[in-house]
Design a protein around this ligand. Structure first.
Ligand SMILES: [Zn+2]
Length: 316
């Protein structure tokens, strides 16, 4: 009898712990759940917890250490384009699997899973819009979609957008982030480099402005083509920018590479990048650069005034 009661007591104690675990009532569990729910964001650099709403208000730049957290294409468009002016282009273009490629899984399955998971058709979004009332054609790569890899749809969307911009005489801005070419599309993916570059050359021949913005990371075939073809090349602080990965180069050269190798700061020092612009200043910097290259009559007074004051500050 006593044994029964003891075991009942023990059982209920187990139940109590089990229930407590299930209800997630400890503060640590609650904290973890809130991070998972996206209420809080832990900085991957300095580990400081920030309220996601505050972090978003600061364009996902850590207020503590200035680390530029990764931003998806939705957020980028919101940060750069004036409200209600975004007109997406070529949303109907969908990737296919012409090689019926299989690595650990079928490419077609991988595509479908990624599309379902993040709600995008491919790794770039293109469109026309206004930045502080100036018209631009904007392409934004999204690293969440297979590492921002450049497949046929990425190439075709960017090419069509650049062609539209040439026709309308709009400047082009591309926010780059990519692991490189999409190996699952083989040669078709490599051809995109030449196709986009040719469209950019025609845009340049029409004496129009192109500004790529290199964000973390910009590598492989994207660096080897449109990311480096800008009239003015901007980068975000501490972004990794390179062609082959650090480890591959170290193994080939059998040399240890310096700590800041392939960073935006190193590239700026060696003349591959024209300026490093913190994300919170990107919209204004792009506006000023575009305004400087616009005919004066189409420049809104405020932007022109800002540009003039910038020029006079620089002259001093
Ligand atoms: Zn931080």
């Amino acid at each position: 009898m006593a044994n029964n009661e003891e075991s009942r007591g023990l059982k209920s104690l187990f139940d109590w712990f089990a229930n407590r675990r299930k209800s997630g009532s400890t503060s640590l569990e609650r904290q973890e759940r809130e991070i998972a729910d996206g209420l809080w964001h832990k900085c991957s650099k300095c580990s400081v917890l920030a309220y996601t709403k505050d972090l978003k208000a600061n364009q996902m730049v850590c207020v503590e250490c200035g680390h530029h957290n990764r931003v998806d294409s939705d957020e980028r468009i919101r940060q750069l384009i004036d409200n209600n002016t975004w007109k997406p282009l070529d949303e109907h273009l969908r990737p296919t699997d012409p090689l019926e490629f299989r690595d650990r899984k079928l490419y077609s399955d991988r595509l479908r899973e990624t599309q379902d998971k993040i709600g995008l058709i491919d790794a770039v979004r293109t469109g026309l819009g206004q930045i502080n009332s100036l018209p631009i054609a904007l392409g934004v790569m999204d690293f969440r979609f297979m590492g921002g890899s450049m497949g046929s749809v990425v190439g075709e969307r960017l090419t069509r957008m650049i062609e539209q911009a040439t026709q309308r005489r709009y400047p082009v801005v591309i926010i780059c982030t990519s692991g490189g070419a999409r190996m699952q599309e083989g040669m078709l993916s490599l051809m995109q480099m030449a196709k986009i570059s040719a469209a950019l050359q025609r845009h340049k021949d029409a004496r129009l402005l192109y500004i790529p913005v290199l964000t973390n990371p910009t590598t492989g075939g994207v660096t080897a083509s449109f990311a480096m073809l800008g009239d003015i090349i901007l980068a975000e602080p501490k972004a990794t920018i390179g062609f082959a990965g650090r480890r591959v180069i170290e193994q080939t050269l059998r040399e240890k590479l310096p700590e800041n190798f392939q960073t935006a700061e190193d590239l700026l020092q060696h003349g591959f990048v024209d300026d490093i612009v913190p994300r919170t200043q990107l919209k204004n910097t792009l506006t000023q650069l575009i305004a400087l290259h616009q005919p004066v009559l189409t420049t809104p007074h405020m932007v022109l005034w800002e540009t003039m004051s910038l020029t006079s500050t620089a002259a001093e």
